[in-house]
Design a protein around this ligand. Structure first.
Ligand SMILES: [Zn+2]
Ligand SMILES: [Zn+2]
Length: 462
């Protein structure tokens, strides 16, 4: 269904057929409209306080748009630029406004001749996903999950008939997974990542596959299965190399940084450094403050592992500064913990405790249980060393309580998981076990999960 073509003035012709969903399309190659929006937004970002950017920009852009659909699309392009620059607070503000605009489409179906309910539902879904993404960038996982779920429910009725709707649902599962990973619900995260990968394979959407593999890598790194973490991180970079020439460079840099982290954890320090440096170079070229922050954190970690404390500390400090600036609480927390580990290394125990306390506060605020658990574990050891047995006992107790909350006990040997580098295996019901326990377990010969007694309904997809 084609709606009438408008004379666009400053912007390209946009109709509900050609409207670009910002979630599905991040190509910035040879795109004049994007360039124009980006240049204009850059001016507003340079001359306005962060909280005023949205209103000033919207006022100016509205004048150039002939209809609300154009304005809605301009928001999508502007958010792409904001994301690329690491302006996460503005991204979130823009996404909230874009949802309002799309809800206007839903309410007034005759806003455009020919704009049917399927298309307006898709615009609403795309806007919700931007909001999920905005919240995710700010480590607000509950909100992020909420809007990804809202997106899925909007898509529910139109999914069967519309290709864009199917693809969007794949991204909604991805954001839901990443939110769940944020608050350490590993089973839910795995289930949604598998759904997302299924959509990616069915629709041959390599970009979605790249993102999902990257998130899967992050999931296994958090569970300390470094082998699987490396496998998926390498895979996401391979996909990027094969098909990503037209994708935004941010996609490349985030997959690179994920791989650098994976390499560092298995001791491939030199490789991690090379990739980190390349990522940093691109992040600086693009003025991407968020990726600069993560690259800086990567260098700080590498220098810490090399026992080069003098190089490490200033890099942690500038990573913290950048994370604060972009509103990335998760990244800020990781920089704080890195600093704590560094002080531990130099036997500056009081400073280490201080940093761990600061990290703990953020972990609890954003609901990141696994980091919270690791901090309790580190503090227990530290207090023991300082002969503070009472405090050590309290920390150990909290550590175990969190292990239980996250169900990080292997259902076969009853030993904890995610404590040290160990290979894990997830059954199709998404219960995790030690790989070595799954390999020699009798119940599994009857294809039954030892944790939930479910027979796997599908083949393991991994
Ligand atoms: Zn086990
Ligand atoms: Zn199970």
């Amino acid at each position: 269904m084609q709606i009438k073509t408008f004379k666009m003035g400053q912007f390209q012709s946009i109709n509900s057929k050609t409207v670009r969903l910002s979630i599905l399309d991040d190509s910035v190659a040879l795109d004049e409209t994007y360039d124009r929006v980006e240049r204009m937004l850059r001016n507003f970002c340079d001359t306005n306080e962060e909280k005023e950017i949205l209103s000033c920009w919207e006022k100016a852009v509205s004048k150039k748009c002939r209809n609300p659909l154009q304005l809605w699309s301009a928001f999508g392009l502007a958010m792409r630029a904001l994301e690329n620059w690491g302006k996460h607070r503005s991204f979130l503000a823009f996404s909230i406004r874009q949802v309002e605009l799309s809800q206007e489409f839903e309410r007034s179906s005759d806003l455009f001749a020919g704009m049917d309910s399927v298309n307006s539902a898709i615009l609403v879904a795309d806007s919700y996903l931007n909001m999920a993404k905005g919240n995710l960038l700010m480590s607000q996982y509950k909100n992020s999950e909420k809007y990804a779920t809202k997106c899925l429910s909007v898509l529910c009725s139109v999914r069967k008939s519309n290709l864009n709707a199917i693809k969007l649902s794949g991204y909604a599962y991805l954001y839901k997974a990443r939110s769940n990973l944020g608050f350490s619900n590993f089973r839910n995260a795995l289930e949604d990542l598998e759904r997302s990968l299924r959509v990616a394979h069915d629709q041959e959407d390599r970009r979605l596959e790249c993102f999902a593999c990257c998130a899967m890598g992050a999931l296994y790194l958090q569970l300390k299965d470094y082998e699987k973490g490396n496998f998926f991180s390498i895979k996401s970079c391979e996909i990027w190399t094969q098909c990503g020439s037209s994708w935004s460079t941010r996609t490349k840099v985030t997959t690179q940084l994920n791989l650098a982290e994976a390499y560092r954890k298995v001791g491939k320090i030199e490789d991690a450094m090379v990739i980190g440096e390349e990522a940093m170079k691109i992040a600086i070229e693009n003025d991407d403050r968020s990726c600069q922050a993560y690259a800086m954190l990567c260098f700080a970690d590498i220098h810490r592992v090399r026992k080069d404390e003098e190089r490490s500390l200033p890099r942690y400090n500038s990573a913290s500064g950048l994370m604060l600036d972009t509103g990335d609480q998760y990244g800020y927390m990781m920089s704080t913990i890195g600093k704590a580990k560094l002080y531990l290394q130099t036997k500056d125990y009081q400073k280490a405790i201080q940093e761990y306390f600061a990290g703990q506060k953020i972990a609890e605020a954003i609901g990141n249980k696994i980091t919270s658990m690791h901090i309790h574990g580190e503090l227990a050891l530290l207090f023991q060393r300082l002969s503070n047995q009472d405090e050590a006992r309290v920390r150990t107790l909290r550590y175990h309580r969190l292990l239980e909350t996250m169900e990080l006990f292997c259902g076969i040997c009853a030993e904890p998981m995610a404590e040290k580098n160990e290979q894990l295996e997830a059954l199709p019901c998404s219960h995790f076990f030690h790989l070595k326990c799954v390999s020699n377990n009798d119940a599994l010969e009857m294809r039954m999960c030892p944790s939930c007694q479910k027979k796997p309904m599908k083949q393991a997809t991994l």
